[in-house]
Ligand binder design. Structure first.
Ligand code: G4P
Length: 534
């Protein structure tokens, strides 16, 4: 596929890894970077993370809990293909940031622990991918350990996610009987010269399962099981079909061990050959932005503050959708209606950051700024256009902010605005009363907010429960009707940070009750982040 590429964007593969904590995302990331020649030694992803963490106090929470709250972009090149790996935080309570990162990828690798199967977080993230028709590549990890039977895992994926599975390889034994991986597509056997359980260092070309060169030294029981898997698998699961994969109906499944390097090259080769090049992006006015268009457009899917604690600068992560970006370009910041000269755009390579001289659709550049750029913003070469499809999700946990020192209300508000910008919290300003309410997707985020306000804004806050636990964006075709509704229900109304009205409910029952009573008003669980300043 790559050989046929005629335009630079066709050599871009922008993807994310989704998984439940502990399934092996960090290990796989590291091995993909190693496989792509982006880093030279194992342990660097973690070490890099730790160095970064050491610099910033709030990240102590991450360290203590062994999670990674912030996410980043890692770019590497392999065989003429530029891989842009966008990291999605995978801890138990994840934030909007995770969802939004998925709006900027063209494919995702779903890592599953062979002993655990589909876990809650994997399922949630998978649903987001499905909403966006993102093609999924499945990596069943840790087959060097005792795990569930391969067919059982395949069936579980198929049933739990209503997704066709197409096995691309098979484990040759698992756990203490682990001999390697049989690549049935390319007729190769990946194994270790160190014997059972060793790291991958030998690739044998084999004509098939009968090949003595393959069978030699493998336990009969393991061979019998493999033969059965291949036979039942061939009969029971569809063959790989690229169209079905691109449409998100079918997932190719690779068995592997990230720790011992099995499956890494296969996945990289697969992404190279079959994962989609950058897709078109829906936009306002019925426009679809196609990557081959001449003019540059891009959108901000993430903003990170304090990447360098010495500065208050932020980095806006911009995914390019079309055109050829060149450093120093003057682009239009569409929401503000102002030009912005992008003089120091950054590429995030695994080991270093570099000035981005040129970037193509699918690439992600970091644009340093002082807070002008917000998630959902579009940059263009003058066109009045807004990329669509970035959702804000109704938070599941609401708390009123309590400030210890009332003199610091300004700092608190600025801090909360900043954190809202990063997608860590949502803020709601009640129509009655002055204390803001924050909304989060998971409770852990509350701790992070308290800690960051203390460290970065020298402001101590606490949270109080509120009587509400559900927020919905209120919309209506008639502005008049909406105003009237909001006016009569002021006690339940708040404005979000874009001054969009939100109705606060006590519980799910109330959502349907109020909904029935007010059929003209739509109570939305998600809201498009499009800053049209209308
Ligand atoms: P995460 O980012 O998804 O949370 O997972 P991570 O890669 O940190 O892996 C979680 C644990 O699983 C780590 O062990 C890691 O070494 C182990 N692991 C990952 N892939 C494999 C694999 O293919 N086979 C085996 N046997 N183990 C694997 P840990 O003890 O928690 O951490 P560490 O001390 O090894 O770093």
């Amino acid at each position: 596929m790559s050989a046929a590429a005629t335009q630079p964007f066709e050599t871009r593969r922008t993807f994310a890894i989704i998984s439940h904590p502990d399934a092996g995302k960090t290990t796989l990331t590291e091995k993909l970077l190693l496989g792509g020649g982006a880093i030279r030694a194992a342990g660097q992803v973690r070490a890099r993370g730790e160095r970064r963490r050491a610099r910033s106090d709030w990240m102590k929470i991450e360290q203590e809990r062994g999670i990674s709250v912030s996410s980043s972009v890692m770019t590497f090149e392999r065989k003429g293909i530029t891989f842009n790996l966008l990291d999605t935080p995978g801890h138990e309570d994840f934030s909007e940031d995770t969802y939004r990162t998925l709006t900027a990828v063209d494919a995702a690798i779903m890592v599953i622990d062979a002993a655990k199967g589909i876990e809650t977080q994997t399922r949630k993230l998978f649903e987001v991918c499905r909403l966006r028709d993102i093609p999924i590549i499945t990596f069943i990890n840790k087959i060097d350990r005792e795990g569930r039977h391969p067919l059982e895992i395949l069936d579980e994926i198929q049933e739990a996610l209503a997704l066709d599975v197409s096995p691309m390889s098979w484990p040759v034994g698992m756990g203490s009987d682990f001999f390697g991986v049989y690549d049935q597509i390319n007729h190769r056997f990946m194994t270790s010269s160190e014997g059972r359980g060793g790291p991958l260092d030998t690739v044998k070309e084999v004509s098939g399962l009968e090949d003595e060169n393959f069978r030699d030294g493998i336990f009969d029981t393991v061979l019998a099981d493999l033969e059965e898997n291949v036979e039942l698998g061939g009969a029971g699961y569809p063959e790989f079909d690229r169209e079905a994969f691109l449409e998100g109906h079918l997932t190719p499944v690779f068995f592997g061990s990230a720790l011992r390097d099995y499956g890494i090259d296969q996945v990289l080769d697969f992404i190279d050959a079959y994962a989609p090049a950058p897709h078109s992006q829906p936009a306002t006015g019925g426009r679809t932005i196609r990557p081959e268009e001449d003019k540059v457009t891009g959108f901000v899917f993430k903003v990170q503050a304090n990447m360098d604690p010495k500065h208050r600068d932020r980095i806006a992560f911009v995914r390019l959708c079309s055109g050829t970006f060149k450093r120093g370009m003057k682009l239009k910041h569409v929401r503000a209606g102002k030009p912005i000269t992008v003089s120091a755009p950054i590429f995030f390579f695994a080991e270093e950051r570099e000035l981005a001289e040129k970037a193509y659709p699918g690439d992600v550049i970091g644009v340093p700024n002082h807070g002008q750029l917000r998630v959902g913003d579009t940059l263009s070469e003058g066109e009045e256009i807004h990329v669509t499809g970035l959702p804000a999700f109704a938070p599941e946990i609401l708390r009123r902010v309590r400030l210890s020192d009332t003199m610091r209300v300004k700092q608190m508000r600025r801090g909360l605005e900043d954190l809202a910008e990063e997608g860590l919290v949502q803020i709601f300003k009640p129509a009655i009363g002055t204390n803001w309410i924050v909304g989060v997707v998971g409770v852990l985020q509350l701790d992070v907010v308290v800690d960051r306000l203390k460290q970065e804004y020298q402001t101590e806050i606490g949270f109080e429960p509120v009587m509400y636990n559900t927020a919905r964006w209120a919309e209506c075709d008639s502005a008049q009707k909406l105003d009237k509704f909001l006016e009569t229900n002021r006690a339940h109304v708040a404005l979000d940070r874009d001054d969009k009205p939100v109705f606060l409910f006590k519980n799910a029952w109330e959502v349907s009750y109020v909904g029935e009573k007010n059929p003209d008003i739509k109570f939305r669980e998600t809201r498009e982040i499009v800053h049209t300043d209308e």
